[in-house]
Design a binder for this molecule. Structure first.
Ligand SMILES: C[S@@+](CC[C@H](N)C(=O)[O-])C[C@H]1O[C@@H](n2cnc3c(N)ncnc32)[C@H](O)[C@@H]1O
Length: 279
């Protein structure tokens, strides 16, 4: 298939929106790869150039085939994950973990606002833990079962020293400021919304507290930090929650925030990763 045909055939499947108001109908993997490789780690930004007037797509760089990401690139791994996502080979949570990796540093303080079964908490701990024992993960959930599941996973997966770097709280995420130390520079607040997999599907995150939690996250996030949200719309209330997240994100000023949504057009109930990066 010619590059042009391949380019157009993908166009019907993916959108990537950003806070500049421009919607990318398609980000061809190689363009994304080149773009990400040309960005600097502390200035994470997705390409938001002018679309081609005729077809609505971004113009194709002339050296599509030539550039490749050096192994020591700060984005090493992210480009492959995004390409795999576009081709249905990675999950939304894999993408979120990859994006966190670009932002979070050893010794950082991060918050898992919905720790559930602990997989996100564990991924975060692996990003912040180092020999200095400065990095902390604050993991919150309203369900005792979720905290027990997270505890079990951490016990199985971590050394006792690493385990001490995770602080678990049975608390609503809208109250995150009550548990995270005031002087902490928080690099990441991550939300994986919806219900606890394997648990009670009636206990779900809801728009009202999610909105309050996003406001709290905004107050405590350091510059260069990220609010990461995976939204599920397949359950009752999920669509409203997406609207609440979008409403919060679209109000963030473009000078200080880059807000992106990755959405599969032909999977109306697929999970939607949203990234709000504070410049
Ligand atoms: C999709 S699960 C999270 C999955 C988890 N991050 C993991 O890696 O397994 C959503 C979780 O959000 C929790 N939750 C619901 N409302 C909450 C709230 N207001 N504050 C904190 N957690 C909440 C649920 O109890 C559930 O465990």
């Amino acid at each position: 298939m010619s590059l042009r045909r391949w380019f157009f055939s993908l166009a019907s499947h993916s959108t990537l929106s950003c806070s500049s108001g421009i919607t990318l109908f398609l980000v061809p993997p190689l363009i994304l790869k080149n773009t990400l490789c040309n960005s600097s780690k502390k200035n994470l930004s997705f390409y938001c150039g002018e679309p081609n007037k005729k077809n609505g797509f971004f113009s194709v760089a002339s050296d599509l085939q030539s550039s490749s990401c050096p192994k020591d690139s700060p984005f090493s791994g992210l480009e492959d994950a995004l390409v795999s996502y576009l081709f249905g080979k990675k999950r939304a949570t894999d993408i979120a973990h990859m994006v966190w990796k670009q932002v979070v540093q050893k010794g950082d303080t991060v918050i898992d606002a919905t720790c559930g079964n602990g997989f996100d908490t564990l991924a975060m701990l692996n990003l912040v833990a180092d020999d200095s024992h400065d990095g902390y993960v604050y993991a919150l959930d309203i369900q005792e079962d979720a905290l027990n599941n997270t505890s079990l996973l951490l016990e199985k997966s971590l050394s006792s020293n690493e385990r001490k770097l995770v602080k678990l709280f049975n608390i609503c995420h809208s109250k995150m400021e009550n548990v995270v130390p005031r002087n902490a520079s928080v690099r990441l607040v991550a939300f994986n919304l919806g219900y606890l997999p394997g648990g009670d599907k009636e206990i779900i995150t809801v728009s009202e507290t999610t909105s309050l939690a996003l406001e709290a996250a905004k107050r405590i996030l350091m510059p260069g930090g990220l609010i990461s949200i995976v939204v599920y719309v397949g359950h009752p209330g999920g669509r409203e929650e997406l609207e609440a997240v979008e409403s919060f994100a679209t109000k963030l000023c473009v000078e200080n925030w880059i807000c992106c949504k990755l959405q599969m057009l032909n999977r109306p109930f697929g999970p939607i990763p949203i990234f709000l990066y504070r410049r």
